[in-house]
Structures are given as structure tokens and as C-alpha cells.
Design a protein around this ligand. Sequence first.
Ligand SMILES: Nc1nc2c(ncn2[C@@H]2O[C@H](COP(=O)(O)OP(=O)(O)OP(=O)(O)O)[C@@H](O)[C@H]2O)c(=O)[nH]1
Ligand SMILES: [Mg+2]
Length: 393
Amino acid sequence: MKIRRYLGKDTQEALLKVKMDLGNDAVILNTRKVRQKGFLKLFSKPMTEVLAAVDEEYGSRKEREAVKREEKSPDLNKENQIKIQLDDKEQKIAELENKVSNMESLLQKIYAQFQSNGQKTAAAVEQPAKPFSKGLQVFSSNLLKNEVEAEIVKRIIDTVSEKIGENAGVNDAASVLYNVISGMLGKPSTIQIKEEGRPTVVIFLGPTGVGKTTTLAKIAANYALNQKKSVGLITADTYRIAAVEQLKTYAEILGMPVSVIYSPAEIKEAVNAYSDKDVVLIDTAGRSYKNKTQFEELKSLVLASEADEVYLVLSATTSMRTCRELLNNYGFLENYKLIFTKLDETPINGIILNAKLLTNKSLSYMTYGQSVPDDIEIANIDKVTKNLLGSIG
Ligand SMILES: Nc1nc2c(ncn2[C@@H]2O[C@H](COP(=O)(O)OP(=O)(O)OP(=O)(O)O)[C@@H](O)[C@H]2O)c(=O)[nH]1
Ligand SMILES: [Mg+2]
């Protein structure tokens, strides 16, 4: 028994090959679908494989016919043999050509598929953003331009995303953002004058030149002129010759007493001397963030003053990096409120939100110029929030 394997595009083609080769006596043993081996062939259609058998003595039909032809005319047969060999070669070449062209078209298909996949990905990236995400993108970029720290911007956007639906428009996003940011800034807290007992004692600290003395003068003037409170001033700033004179000038104009102390030990007595006052405001010397000894002295001054309220004065023009250092250095303070000055000198409001969230202390006053007593207001959360969401030109 002779067993042979025949491959065809389909069963019909494979059976035809069997018949052609083995004749009608062939017995079909098995048919199955097979994939050709090789990377490119993985993408082609499976072939049909037919396993056929024929009695050995019959041999293949081609062989039998060849024997017959040889018997009839040996010369003609030789000629035919050459022709058959040539025909076989031509057939092989044709088969190879066919294979190459199949591979070519397959490669073209694969290439086209890759290209269309690439276009689909690009299209997905360029897809017009939904109104919700588009609105948030604009605001998030404004917050960053306002120098709100990236981590905080992310926190804000995440909170807003949780609160509003996918299809919310720019206006909805804006109003939720407004609420989230103003909530983070919190309610401002200003000096709370005690109704009874000793005067309310307030001390102002902060780096050099930020506007401590000017801000103190603005607050003092407002208490004296608008609220008819009696105010006493103390300065602990004897480092600069002009500092005492500066406060004395304001005190003179406003008609209020001022006393000067040269060491923390003197503060208690100076405060006690103002027992008849409603408010006592204490000015301090600006401290460079590098000088550790000065901070130790400041710490004892704050403790000795037994102040009811402590205000840390910061300029809005300070870089966030410096601001972080400053907040670190003033970290010895247990409780304080934040004053931001010089907001007239910068359109950037990010530092206010950053510092508020870093310290978790209340915002209190903000100042917008050099003019005493006008250029001060209670921290305007609405204004700051709108500035943060607005674009910086
Ligand atoms: N543009 C602007 N200038 C201000 C503001 N507040 C204070 N200044 C100015 O900043 C400068 C310093 O102000 P001071 O009040 O002396 O600052 P300070 O923190 O007491 O300074 P030291 O006592 O030296 O540490 C002065 O020229 C003020 O007029 C403000 O809100 N805006
Ligand atoms: Mg000063």
C-alpha cells in the first residue's frame, strides 16, 4: 500500500489532485484543515490535506502512464520526458510566482492595517475634548499659570471631577471649581477684640521689608478712626535706626502712644502699661530666614508677649520656594494667621492658596498698596478665587 498526502485550497482541489495522481482506485484515508508553517503563512487561509492510499502494484497514475508511453514508443517517450520535466519546472516557477504574489498582497494588507490602526490612535488623541474636560483643562492651565502648585491643581481637578458629571459644560465646571477653591481658601479670620479684661494683644512677624510696620499702621488707623477703639503701639524693632521713627511718625499722626522695647524681657511690662487700651499692636524686626539666633529671640518675644493673636506677614511677590523656607522657619509658631501684602505688585495669586494649604492657617488681611490706612482689606476670598481661575495675560 502506497500512502500519499495531497494539499488543496479546499477539499475539492485536494481530491482532484488525488484522482489525477493515483486514479480512481485511490482510497481516501483522512482529510483535515492545516495551516502552513512560517510567520506570514499564519495570516493565510488554512489548506485542506487529504491522505490517500493506493495499492502498491498500481503505483501512481503518472508512473503507470509513463511506463505505458515508454512501451509504445521509446524515442517519443524520451522527448516527452524532457517536455514533462520542462512542464514540471514551469509549473514550479508558476507556483513560486504565485506564492510571491500572495505574500506581496498579504504584506500590503498588513501594512494597510497597521496604518489604519495608527490613524485610529491619532484620531483618538485629537478627538475634540468633551465640554467638561475642555473646561477643566483651561482652568487647570490658569491655576498653574497663577503658580498654584501642580500637586494642589491635581487635587482641585480630582475633587471637581468627582463632583460633576462627564457631560457638564464649562459653566458648570467653573462654578464647582469656584466653590472648591474658595472652600480651600476658607473663611478669613481677623483680630477678635476681647470684650472684657485686659487688652487684646496682637504681634506681627515676618521677613524683612514685607510691609509689617505699614500693615500694622493701617490696622491701627482703622481701629482708631473707624471703630473708635483705643490703641497702644509697641515696637521691638531696634535693629534699624529708622524703624522706631517710622512707627513713631504713624503714632503721632494717629494720636496713639508708642513704646519701644530692647529685649523680650521688657515686653510684659510694656503690655501691662496699656491696660486701659482695647488693642495693643506689637511690631517686630524683619527676620532673614537664614538667621537661626534671630529666630530664637523671636520665639522668646512671642512667648513673653502672651499675645492673643499672632500674624505672619508675607509678601505676595515672594517666590514659592522662598515661601516654603519661610513657613518652615516660622513653624515654631503654634498658632498664627496669614497676612499677604503687595498684591498690587503681582497678578499671581497662587502663593495664597499654596501657603494656606501648606500651613492650614487662616487667611486674615490683604494689602494692595502703600497708602495708610486705605490699602488694606479683609482677605477677599471671592477676588482671590476669581484671580486664580482667570487667565494671566
Ligand atoms: N506696593 C506695596 N508696597 C507696600 C505694601 N505694604 C508695604 N509696602 C511698602 O513696602 C516697604 C516696606 O514696608 P515696611 O512696612 O517698612 O516693611 P517691614 O516689613 O516693616 O520692613 P522691616 O521692618 O524692615 O522688616 C515700604 O516702602 C512700604 O510702603 C503694599 O501692600 N503694596
Ligand atoms: Mg518694619
